[in-house]
Design a protein around this ligand. Structure first.
Ligand code: NAD
Length: 280
């Protein structure tokens, strides 16, 4: 297909995952050549193969966003097989149970409790917190250092980071993930200003609640009905449903294209109204 994005080269970290594989397919459908980077090489290759089978152009690249040597090797491969990067999507990210409390609120009696599986704020493992901060924040900073060099001074280049609802107001149970995504929103604004003289726009998507493998057991029961947390989310989402990966596509293409030429440093909620609703 021919579009204004045709022929551009996109690098998508976490491209083997649920949301970013859909973004990879959406960009490829516009004629963008896509490098699908993922820690899980097999998943990256599968996404690339599916794009190539539909007549697009994609390569799968094994890459750890936390290791600079792995990123540099991925960069060499992208340069050799596709060319310099025009669009970078920093999609690798997520939460970890070690950075999560088991209850929404601490009660005084929890301190003496022997309940199995109870994990209060006081039990949080600093290593778990560091893991989540590193994956989301350092895992965005390092790929940007490696790939954004290609973009400096080049017209029509964009970086898209992935923030979250918890960046606006923290969600219960997940202090590390909330803090790390708040850092991503802040970094998006910082980098937008820093790169404003060299033509690289920097924006972020803030997906609301999308049912994926990472959160399925938190939000739904084995029979498909909602858990208490799932119910709370839906009752606070004015549009009354979870997002689907395709819901991100329109905003992604807008932020990568010329229609948003004067837009930089924004974090766009794609959330069915969740962040606008006070709950009353
Ligand atoms: P996902 O787990 O399906 O995708 C994440 C991908 O990142 C996986 O393929 C994983 O292998 C890869 N990855 C993990 N560690 C990596 C590393 N060190 N190096 C390279 N790749 C690595 O998750 P998803 O739901 O598609 O999430 C994609 C992004 O969207 C994440 O940043 C996530 O935090 C964010 N997000 C998701 C939701 C949601 O509801 N699913 C909401 C808001 C934000």
């Amino acid at each position: 297909m021919s579009s204004e994005l045709s022929g551009k080269i996109a690098v998508i970290t976490g491209g083997g995952g649920v949301l970013c594989s859909t973004m990879a397919q959406a960009l490829a459908a516009q004629g963008v050549k896509v490098a699908v980077l993922d820690l899980k090489a097999e998943n990256a290759d599968q996404v690339a193969s599916a794009i190539n089978a539909k007549g697009g152009k994609a390569i799968g690249v094994a890459c750890n966003v936390l290791q600079i040597d792995s990123l540099k090797a991925a960069h060499e491969k992208v340069l050799a097989e596709l060319g310099p990067c025009d669009i970078l999507i920093n999609g690798a990210g997520g939460n970890h149970p070690k950075g999560t409390t088991s209850k929404n609120h601490l009660l005084a009696e929890d301190l003496e409790s022997t309940e199995e599986g109870l994990k209060t704020f006081f039990d949080l493992d600093p290593e778990g917190i560091k893991f989540v901060f590193d994956l989301n924040f350092i895992g965005t900073l390092l790929p940007t250092q490696v790939f954004a060099r290609d973009m400096v001074g080049k017209k029509g280049t964009s970086i898209i980071n992935i923030s979250s609802m918890n960046a606006f107001r923290p969600l219960t149970k997940i202090p590390a993930y909330s803090g790390a995504k708040a850092a991503i929103s802040n970094f998006t604004q910082w980098l937008a200003v820093h790169f404003s003289k060299v033509g690289v726009r920097v924006n972020a998507l803030a997906p609301g609640f999308f049912l994926t493998d990472q959160n399925r057991t938190l939000l739904t029961q084995p029979d498909g009905s909602l858990t208490e947390r799932g119910n709370t989310i839906i009752s606070h989402t004015p549009m009354g449903r979870f997002g689907t990966p395709d819901d991100l596509t329109g905003t992604l293409l807008w932020l990568c294209g010329s229609g948003s030429e004067f837009v930089t440093g924004v974090v766009v909620p794609i959330d069915g109204g969740f962040s606008a609703f006070s709950g009353v």
